[in-house]
Design a protein around this ligand. Structure first.
Ligand code: FES
Length: 100
């Protein structure tokens, strides 16, 4: 469903790599976390707190909240609005976020 307009390859030597569930995910400069994860085939990104159904980014513009992940230990981060940075640690969000 999601394809990149630009067809150039990601350069592995660029250092643009984030960690998703303990796996390296390369990204292009300017990518959002959601774009990087979708391009890498890393989906779903979370589970519904209601019925544990798998969820993935949908709107890619901050409206639907289907892209929530944990980034560097902070839950409920909208991955479509977060710019990917080298070394960031991203994890799937399971169910409702912790409070406190
Ligand atoms: S994909 Fe809809 S808010 Fe992120």
């Amino acid at each position: 469903m999601f394809t990149r307009v630009e067809r150039s390859a990601i350069l592995p030597a660029s250092g643009n790599v984030l960690d998703f569930e303990s796996s390296p995910v390369p990204f292009r400069s300017g990518d959002s976390v959601a774009a990087a994860l979708l391009a890498a085939g890393a989906s779903p990104l979370r589970e519904s707190p209601v019925d544990d159904s798998p969820r993935a980014p949908y709107c890619m513009m901050g409206v639907c909240f289907e892209c929530l992940v944990e980034i560097d230990g902070k839950q409920n981060q909208q991955s479509c609005l977060t710019k990917a940075r080298p070394g960031m640690i991203v994890k799937r969000q399971h169910g409702a976020r912790m409070v406190g």
